[in-house]
Write a protein that binds this ligand. Structure first.
Ligand SMILES: [Zn+2]
Length: 231
């Protein structure tokens, strides 16, 4: 049995979507103790690895201890870095997972992964614009490669602990209607969804977010999203 999706996502988030051995982009989440040796499907046994490190260390039980030590070390660094970024509000380094040009050929079949952490101070529009420009810029830089978007949300909860209106709308409506056609898969805390169709690469030049009180005609060269007052 493979890891449940929630464990995979948690392991990837703990790693900032990097390989915990070499910090290249993580290709997948691997079992530290292999499944054939009755390794569990718990987070404890999960290590995100890139394709190269998987080939070197993958299911080799002799290397399990080393992988676990390096994973724990890397997760500690990422946790501290995330806390620092949240505290200082400096999100730049968290927007993109930068890809080492030397490993691009390795990733070609794996697609481009990008990660965005939405912070408590970010508005709907802030988040939507970063997501839109991520797909737009990625298409320019790495044309037609499969895109995978990971969204994490810090704060934005109402008094009942549910997502506030903006973040609910972002995940359930904006992501599914505006972003999903242009990516292969989106992961967000509420919804993780695979695009049933081939990813579109004809990304419009700009994104327009309309006030719910105004109504504007849709145009072809723009992606348009009309915000709602409530659901
Ligand atoms: Zn690696």
């Amino acid at each position: 049995m493979a890891f449940p999706e929630s464990i995979k996502v948690q392991a990837l988030e703990n790693s900032a979507f990097r390989c915990c051995i070499c910090q290249d982009l993580a290709a997948d989440v691997h079992h530290i103790i292999p499944k054939s040796k009755k390794g569990s499907n718990l987070l404890e046994n999960a290590a995100p690895l890139c394709a190269s490190c998987h080939d070197l260390f993958g299911d080799n039980p002799a290397k399990s201890k080393k992988i676990r030590q390096m994973r724990d070390y890397w997760w500690t660094i990422i946790k501290a870095r995330t806390e620092f970024v949240v505290k200082t509000g400096n999100i730049e380094e968290h927007i993109y997972v930068e890809i080492d040009p030397n490993s691009r050929h390795l990733l070609k079949d794996k697609g481009i992964v990008f990660y965005h952490a939405i912070l408590p101070k970010d508005t709907f529009e802030d988040a939507a614009r970063v997501m839109f420009s991520s797909i737009y810029e990625t298409q320019k830089k790495y044309p037609n490669q499969e895109r995978y978007m990971y969204i994490d949300i810090d704060g934005h909860r109402n008094e009942k602990g549910a997502f506030d209106h903006d973040m609910y709308e972002l995940q359930c409506y904006f992501n599914l209607n505006v972003i999903l056609p242009y990516v292969t898969r989106i992961y967000s805390p509420l919804i993780s969804v695979q695009n049933k169709f081939p990813q579109r690469n004809d990304i419009p030049e700009s994104l327009e977010i309309n006030d719910p009180k105004e109504s504007k005609a849709l145009t072809k060269d723009k992606l348009t999203f009309k915000k709602s007052n409530k659901y």
